[in-house]
Design a protein around this ligand. Structure first.
Ligand SMILES: Nc1ncnc2c1ncn2[C@@H]1O[C@H](COP(=O)(O)OP(=O)(O)O)[C@@H](O)[C@H]1O
Ligand SMILES: [Mg+2]
Length: 285
């Protein structure tokens, strides 16, 4: 695993082996963040700690092979890697949809049968395909479903639903059937179904996949405005460049490099070795 130094002193190669400190440290970024002041993740402010996570699908395909990852509270991490790297499989472990060997801890709670309900309140997972998340007759019902499941009264659920829809700019579509909306609009509604739960960690799987440039820009603006810990799985390196303080590069079911976005995303040989290319903004510079 290649671990980048957090400052401008260049890359350090680190021999793989648990436990890894995914420190990251201060990003070379203008964006304000809890890390920008030079704080490193400590056990007390970790949003996510994944230890030696291994998972094989029922057909025997080994999708995760000993993943170690830590994300600090308040951090925005880009989980980059080529198709088939294991990004989606890893995200599906964060709220216990999949359960592999190893440990996943969310804000100090180990994900297990006993903590599942609590963990699902803490982690909001946005699926790659919004149709997997939207199944009610109207946009409003889809978002309210989660609020009602939290045990809120009807009036509270309505208030939370409207607030979530407003925050993604979809309140005026509340009475529409989700399947009549564009992909970008369905993605926004799917995001509202997660935000209504008031989660602390937002995991987004390929959030801009399939969007046109304007839809993509809208999403970037929306994400940057959300004051949550975020993990964004993507092979869109321009998205990672624009939004993330730190990136972890995944390939073959493992994290193969990790460090400040401004370093990892400028390392052309590393990116090429894993089927990726420099972000456009780096090439243009
Ligand atoms: N439902 C599934 N059954 C069997 N193998 C799967 C399934 N979903 C994904 N895989 C395999 O697991 C590996 C990781 O896939 P995935 O997590 O989707 O990668 P990524 O999101 O990085 O593209 C790939 O080899 C993929 O073919
Ligand atoms: Mg995927």
């Amino acid at each position: 695993m290649k671990e980048f130094a957090p400052s401008g002193e260049g890359a350090r190669i680190r021999v793989p082996g648990p436990p890894l400190s995914e420190g990251g440290g201060p990003a070379v970024s203008a964006r304000p963040s809890p890390l920008a002041a030079g704080h490193f993740p400590s056990a007390s402010c970790l949003a996510l700690r994944v230890r030696n996570l291994t998972y094989s699908y029922p057909d025997g395909r080994e999708a995760l092979r000993g993943v170690h990852l830590e994300v600090a509270s308040g951090e925005t991490l880009g989980l980059i890697g080529p198709n088939g790297a294991g990004k989606s499989t890893l995200l599906l472990h964060l709220n216990g949809i999949l359960r592999g060997e190893g440990t996943v801890e969310v804000f100090g709670r180990v994900v297990n049968d006993g903590s599942l309900r609590e963990v699902r309140r803490l982690v909001g997972l946005l699926f790659e395909d919004p149709s997997d998340q939207l199944f009610m007759p109207t946009v409003f019902d889809d978002v309210a479903f989660g609020a009602l499941n939290l045990g809120l009264s009807e009036a509270e659920a309505r208030e939370r639903t409207e607030a979530a829809l407003r925050s993604v700019g979809m309140l005026e579509y509340a009475d529409r059937p989700p399947q009549h909306l564009s992909l970008g609009q369905r993605k926004r509604v799917a995001l509202a179904t997660v935000l209504v739960l008031d989660c602390r960690l937002l995991a987004l799987d390929d959030p801009t996949g399939g969007l046109d440039p304007a839809g993509r820009e809208d999403f970037v603006r929306l994400f940057s405005s959300l004051p949550l810990t975020k993990i964004i799985a993507t092979h869109d390196l321009d998205l990672a460049w624009g939004l993330c303080e730190r990136v972890a590069l995944m390939d073959g079911g493992q994290i193969v490099a990790s460090g400040p976005a401004r370093q990892v995303l400028c390392d052309e040989p590393l990116l090429r070795a894993h089927g990726l290319r420099l972000p456009r903004s780096v090439r243009a510079a």
